[in-house]
Design a protein around this ligand. Structure first.
Ligand SMILES: Cc1ncc(C[n+]2csc(CCOP(=O)(O)OP(=O)(O)O)c2C)c(N)n1
Ligand code: SF4
Ligand SMILES: [Mg+2]
Length: 300
């Protein structure tokens, strides 16, 4: 466990400082920068709780870590439990600041799911952000249950056959006060959702689609374009769920074909992507969300 002393009260200047070894075009770097700005804008700050993942490795170790806010490195399975403890002490002492778990998809969808579910069921007063790069990135690019069908990884060399797990529905089923998807291609929507999370009490779950040029075998300069294509084509819709009950869609898809998303990443091979099935899945996903948003609209 590594704890670092806060060196700068402004998260926009210090959440992720220069000197980290994130790859160029890493969605995590942009996501942390946007998170830092939103925290500063709100006059808030945070303690980070980070399990094993690129997020804890690339920042480096104490005392030269790139994180300028207090940071606790945990085992995979324990980050929601550790965050729970830190948040309880903060609330008991009536202290300010957010406790934010910053975890990868491996730590969220797979290895840490049990303690995340337990914390959500107790509605612990924490923010949990999963930066989803759809792969076990820092151990060489193995598949996770967030990896989409057709993606080649080191453990699915001919393309994954299962589709991505629907973690948003799993989290919404816990009836937590707030769950939302985030995209670095939609910064205003990103900032507004962080503000909503900061002003909500209880377990808040945010899912960030996080491009990973190394694992996705894409060009670093394509990162924002890729996640924008994912939103526009309904591969990764932007929406919010309040109390697991009411829904709001934030960006309506514009009918963009998902084909370009696949073409720009060498983790996908043309012959292994069933584009017709993918288009149908995108349309089904959006129709289901639209039906929920119409039947159970959010008034917040
Ligand atoms: C219980 C346990 N199993 C496996 C590992 C090895 N391990 C460390 S990081 C990692 C992958 C993490 O993937 P993810 O959470 O998606 O983060 P990313 O590396 O993609 O940023 C694995 C398998 C570990 N540290 N602990
Ligand atoms: S491997 Fe992927 S997630 Fe990890 S630092 Fe590089 S681009 Fe970011
Ligand atoms: Mg990952």
């Amino acid at each position: 466990m590594i704890a670092t002393a806060p060196t700068n009260p402004r998260p926009d200047e210090c959440l992720l400082r220069p000197g980290n070894t994130n790859c160029g075009g890493c969605g995590m770097s942009i996501g942390l920068t946007m998170l830092g700005r939103a925290l500063t804008e709100a006059g808030d700050t945070c303690t980070l709780v980070i399990p094993a993942c690129c997020g804890i490795v690339t920042a480096g170790a104490f005392p030269t870590t790139s994180y300028g806010v207090p940071t606790i490195a945990t085992t995979f399975a324990s980050s929601p439990a550790v965050a729970t403890g830190v948040a309880c002490i903060r609330d008991l002492n009536d202290e300010p600041g957010q406790v934010i778990c910053w975890a990868g998809d491996g730590g969220t969808y797979d290895i840490g799911l049990a303690t995340l579910s337990a914390a959500a069921e107790r509605n612990e007063n924490i923010i949990y952000i999963c930066y989803d790069n759809e792969i076990y990135g820092n151990t060489g690019g193995q598949r996770s249950s967030a990896t989409p069908a057709g993606a080649r990884t080191t453990t699915t060399p001919w393309g994954k056959t299962q589709d991505k797990k629907d973690i948003m529905s799993i989290m919404a089923a816990h009836r937590i006060p707030y769950a939302a998807t985030l995209s670095i291609a939609h910064p205003d929507d990103f900032a507004r959702k962080i503000t909503t999370a900061l002003t909500t009490h209880g377990t808040r779950f945010l899912l960030l689609h996080s491009p990973c040029p190394t694992g996705w075998k894409s060009e670093p300069e394509d990162s924002v374009k890729l996640v924008r294509l994912a939103v526009a084509s309904s591969l990764f819709p932007l929406y919010e769920v309040y109390d697991g009950a009411t829904y709001r869609i934030n960006v309506e898809p514009d009918g963009t074909d998902p084909a370009e998303y696949f073409q720009r990443q060498r983790r996908f091979k043309k012959e292994e992507i069933d584009l017709r099935a993918t288009r149908r899945a995108c349309s089904d996903r959006m129709q289901r969300l639209q039906a929920l948003a119409e039947r159970y609209p959010s008034d917040r």
